[in-house]
Design a protein around this ligand. Structure first.
Ligand code: HEC
Ligand code: HEC
Ligand code: HEC
Ligand code: HEC
Ligand code: HEC
Length: 398
C-alpha cells in the first residue's frame, strides 16, 4: 500500500505547532466540500485510480457526452440559479455533481469540490440508503436517496486501534459495512432514472434481481488489487476491455446442401443488461463469410446492422407519440429493447450460399453512442467516444 503516512507524520509533527492544516482534527468539522487530493495525500493509489475514473469526470464541465446533453437539456453549467423547464433544481446534479447538489448550487466552477463529480466525500460520507422511491410516489435520486453526514467518514471496516491516526489529521472512519460492502451504496445513482415523461433512461439496478444479493456491484467493479486495496478505477463502458468481459461470443457452422447454416451465440455473463447504463449504449455483430483466398463472399450487413440486420443490433430504442425514434430527453415511450437481458443467451441464425465459403467470422462492436446521436452532436464530441470498439471475435472453418 502506498501510504505517505510516515513523511506526512514527520512533516506534521514539525509543522503542527505553527500551521493549521486544512485537515485538522475536529470531529465536528464540516468536510462536505473537502477535495479528494486531501485524501490522496495518504491514499495515493486509490486517488490515482479514482482520478482516471468516470466518477472523477462526471460533471458537465468534464465529461463531453454528459456536458453536451446537460447544456442542451438544462443550461449553462457555469451559471448559478439554473432551473429546468418545470422550474426545478436540475436533478442531473444529484448524481453527476453531488457536492453542488448538497449546496443547491448550479455553478459548477464555484468550488473545486463541485466540479470533482463523484468524489471521495460523495461516497465516504453516505450513512444510509433510503431507496429511490419517494414515500408519497415518484423518485428520489442521487443524493436525495441517501442520508449523509457532514463530518463522519464511512468505511467498510471502521476504526481499529492502529487506525486512529486519522483522528490526528482528520475525521475518524465509522464502520458501515452494511452500506459500503453492498450494492445499496451504488443504487441511489445507478438504480434507475426517468426523463420528464417518466420514461426510464440510465438504469442498471432496476435490471438486476437484488434478492439473494450474493454478487454485489463492488465484486466486479471494485476488485481487490494485488497489494490488497480496493480498486477505485470503476471500469465500465469507457473501457472496452471491461465491456469485453461481460460477453461470450461463439460461432458454429455446418453445410446443408447449397447452404451453410451458421449459428452465432451470444451469452451475457452479467447480472445486469448487456450493455447496461445510458440509453444510447449499444453493441452489434458483423458476420462475414470468406473463400479460400480470404476474399469476402457474404456479409450480414451492407453498412450497419442497425439498418439492414436488426437481429444483430442490441439497443434500447426510445420513441415519441408518433412512434418515431427520438432522443432520451424527448422520449414518451420505449419502442424496443433488444439488449441482452441479465444472464441471457441468444442465438442468431444465418443461411449463407455455400459456394466457395471456407470460413466465417463474427466480430462484436461496442458503441457508447447510437449513430443518430453522433450525427446530431458529432462536432461537439471528441473522436474517441464516437469510435466503436471491438469487444469479441469468433471464427469457424468449414
Ligand atoms: C493522514 C493520512 C490520511 C488521510 C489524509 C486520509 N486517510 Fe484514510 N486512512 C489512512 C490510513 C493509514 C488508514 C488505514 C489503512 C488501512 O489499514 O486500511 C485509512 C483508512 C481509511 C478508510 C478505511 C476504513 C475502513 O473502514 O476500513 C477509509 C474509507 C478512508 N481512510 C477514507 C479516507 C478519505 C475519504 C479521506 C479524505 C477525506 C482520507 N481517508 C484521508 C490515512 C489517511
Ligand atoms: C463510488 C463510491 C466511492 C468513491 C467515489 C470512493 N470510494 Fe473509497 N470505497 C468505496 C467502497 C464501496 C469501498 C469498500 C469496498 C469493499 O470493501 O467492499 C471503498 C473503500 C475505500 C477504502 C478502504 C481501503 C480499501 O482499499 O478497501 C479507502 C481507504 C477508500 N475507499 C478511500 C477512498 C478515497 C481516498 C477516495 C477518493 C479518491 C474514494 N475512496 C472514493 C466507494 C467509493
Ligand atoms: C453519487 C452518485 C454515484 C454513486 C453513489 C455511484 N456512482 Fe457510479 N457513476 C455515477 C455517475 C454520475 C456516473 C457517470 C459518469 C459519466 O459518464 O459522466 C457513474 C459511472 C459509473 C460507471 C461507468 C464507468 C464508465 O466507463 O462509463 C460504473 C461502472 C460505476 N459508476 C459503478 C459504480 C458502482 C459499482 C458504485 C457503487 C460502489 C457506484 N458507481 C456509485 C454516479 C454514482
Ligand atoms: C459479474 C460482474 C458484474 C457485476 C456483479 C456488476 N457488473 Fe456492472 N458491468 C460489468 C461489465 C463486464 C460491464 C461492461 C458491459 C456492459 O456495459 O454491460 C459492466 C458495465 C456497467 C456499467 C457501465 C454502463 C455504461 O454506460 O458505461 C455500469 C454503470 C455498471 N456496470 C453498474 C453496475 C452496478 C450498479 C452493479 C450492481 C447492481 C453492477 N454493475 C454489477 C460487470 C458487472
Ligand atoms: C439517478 C442518477 C442520475 C441522474 C439524476 C442523471 N444521471 Fe446521467 N448518468 C447517471 C449514471 C450512473 C451514468 C453512467 C452510467 C450509465 O450509463 O448508467 C450516467 C450517464 C449519463 C450520460 C452518458 C455519459 C457518458 O460519458 O457517456 C449522459 C449524457 C447523462 N448521464 C446525462 C444526464 C443528464 C442531462 C441528466 C439530467 C437531465 C442526468 N444524466 C441525470 C446517473 C444519473
Amino acid at each position: 500500500m502506498k501510504l505517505r503516512i510516515f513523511t506526512l507524520l514527520c512533516i506534521s509533527l514539525i509543522a503542527a505547532p505553527f500551521a493549521t492544516t486544512s485537515f485538522a482534527a475536529d470531529p465536528h468539522k464540516d468536510i462536505t466540500n473537502l477535495t479528494s487530493d486531501k485524501c490522496g495525500k495518504c491514499h495515493e493509489e486509490i486517488y490515482d485510480q479514482w482520478k482516471g475514473s468516470m466518477h472523477a469526470q462526471s460533471t458537465a464541465l468534464k465529461d463531453p457526452i454528459h456536458g453536451t446533453f446537460y447544456s442542451a437539456v438544462v443550461g449553462d453549467p457555469k451559471a448559478e440559479g439554473v432551473k429546468t423547464g418545470k422550474g426545478k433544481y436540475p436533478v442531473c446534479l444529484q448524481c453527476h455533481a453531488p457536492a453542488a447538489a448538497k449546496a443547491g448550487s448550479t455553478k459548477l466552477d464555484a468550488k473545486p469540490a463541485y466540479n470533482e463529480g463523484v468524489n471521495c466525500i460523495s461516497c465516504h460520507t453516505l450513512t444510509k440508503f433510503k431507496g429511490t422511491k419517494k414515500p408519497g410516489g415518484g423518485l428520489q435520486l442521487g443524493m436525495q436517496a441517501y442520508e449523509y453526514s457532514k463530518s463522519a467518514l464511512q468505511g467498510p471496516m471502521g476504526t481499529v486501534k492502529d487506525r486512529d491516526h486519522l483522528k490526528k489529521y482528520g475525521q475518524d472512519v465509522a464502520s458501515n459495512a452494511g452500506l459500503m460492502r453492498t450494492s445499496d451504496l451504488c443504487m441511489g445513482c445507478h438504480d434507475q432514472r426517468n426523463n420528464g415523461n417518466e420514461i426510464s433512461l440510465c438504469q442498471t439496478g432496476s435490471e438486476v434481481d437484488m434478492a439473494g444479493g450474493s454478487t454485489t456491484c463492488q465484486t466486479c467493479h471494485m476488485p481487490t488489487t494485488d497489494d490488497g486495496i480496493t480498486n477505485h478505477a470503476m471500469m465500465g463502458g469507457h473501457m472496452a476491455k471491461m465491456v469485453a468481459r461481460g460477453l461470450v461470443l461463439t460461432i458454429k457452422a455446418s453445410k446443408a446442401g447449397d447452404k451453410v447454416k451458421a449459428v452465432v451465440k451470444l451469452q451475457n455473463l452479467l447480472p445486469h443488461a448487456f450493455p447496461t447504463g445510458a440509453p444510447f449504449r449499444n453493441f452489434y455483430v458483423m458476420i462475414d463469410a470468406f473463400d479460400k483466398d480470404g476474399k469476402k463472399l457474404w456479409s450480414n450487413t451492407k453498412s450497419h446492422p442497425m439498418k439492414d440486420d436488426k437481429k444483430a443490433m442490441f439497443m434500447y430504442t426510445l420513441g415519441d407519440e408518433n412512434h418515431k425514434p427520438t432522443s432520451p430527453p424527448k422520449a414518451t415511450q420505449v419502442l424496443g429493447d433488444t439488449r441482452l437481458k441479465p444472464n441471457e443467451t441468444r442465438e442468431l441464425l444465418y443461411e449463407i450460399a455455400s459456394a466457395g465459403v471456407v470460413s466465417i467470422k463474427a466480430t462484436a462492436y461496442y458503441d457508447l453512442l447510437l449513430n443518430p446521436i453522433k450525427k446530431k452532436f458529432g462536432d461537439k464530441l471528441p473522436a474517441d467516444v464516437k469510435q466503436p470498439k471491438v469487444i469479441a471475435r469468433a471464427d469457424v472453418t468449414l
